[in-house]
Design a protein. Structure first.
Ligand code: ADP
Ligand code: MG
Length: 229
């Protein structure tokens, strides 16, 4: 379902030096599998999700296969299309559109043609995240926990093949953290959506059967460790 092969990402610094962030020979997530990637702050978690989603391009030769298509070999518009069709993304900072209601934000998570037909799904998802009484609220009139629950519903709206979640509880109050992680996990399980959640939190990771450490996958981190010791 999701397969990475020789994925490298190097940033060019202002002084012209290369800054390698990722060098991942291989990484796979099965269809319908939910897993966590754990790594400390600055270890490249967000960069990796951006590469998987095609938001940034990896170094030439990197392969990111989603449902049989190599995201990294596509043009920018091809990546945008693939992302809209196949992926859901939960951002650390929610990224809801401020001028739109909860219901509208969820509908905007669906590809264009589907929106009219699938209002029922938007209602169902907002009900599932416990917000059926907040359909007409805009983000500014919601708590952060509520905003992230809307963002989860939006990411699932299009029935993605793969859901990517970037530290989805990092900016949420503790009372909502557990609920949000379980909501993501259980919905993905029920709908057989593959899921990659990145976090630095052991508490979050403990809720999943498969937990990979980024430092075990990423040769850049292993090289850094061996020069440090
Ligand atoms: P994490 O999400 O694990 O905290 P990031 O993927 O955000 O880590 O960042 C990994 C490293 O890449 C950091 O050292 C960061 O400074 C660097 N980095 C991120 N984005 C850029 C960029 N656009 N240009 C240069 N370096 C970057
Ligand atoms: Mg990050």
């Amino acid at each position: 379902m999701l397969r990475l092969k020789n994925v490298k990402k190097t940033y060019k610094e202002a002084n012209g030096h290369s800054l390698p962030i990722l060098d991942i020979p291989s990484f796979e997530v099965d269809h319908g599998e939910q897993m966590v990637l754990i790594g400390p702050s600055g270890s490249g978690k967000t960069t990796l999700l951006h590469v998987i989603a095609g938001i940034v391009t990896a170094d030439p030769g990197s392969e990111v296969w989603i449902d049989g298509v190599n995201m990294q070999s596509r043009s920018e518009s091809g990546r945008d299309h693939l992302r809209a069709m196949k992926l859901g993304y939960v951002f650390q900072t929610f990224n809801l559109l401020p001028g739109f209601t909860a219901l509208e934000n969820v509908l905007l998570g669906m590809t264009f043609g589907k929106r009219k037909k699938d209002t029922a799904r938007a209602h169902e998802l907002l009900d599932r995240v416990g917000l059926s009484h907040r359909l007409k609220h805009r983000p500014t009139a919601m708590s952060v926990g509520e905003q992230q629950r809307v963002a989860v519903a939006r990411a699932l709206a299009n029935r993605p093949a793969v859901l990517l979640a970037d530290e989805p509880t990092a900016n949420v109050d503790p009372a909502n953290q557990e609920q949000i992680v379980e909501l993501i996990r259980d919905t993905c399980r029920e709908e057989r959506i593959s899921m990659v959640l990145v976090t630095h939190s052991m508490d979050v990771a403990a809720k999943f059967d498969r937990v990979d450490r980024l430092q075990d996958l990423n040769l850049v981190m292993q090289r850094a460790k061996s020069t440090a010791s």
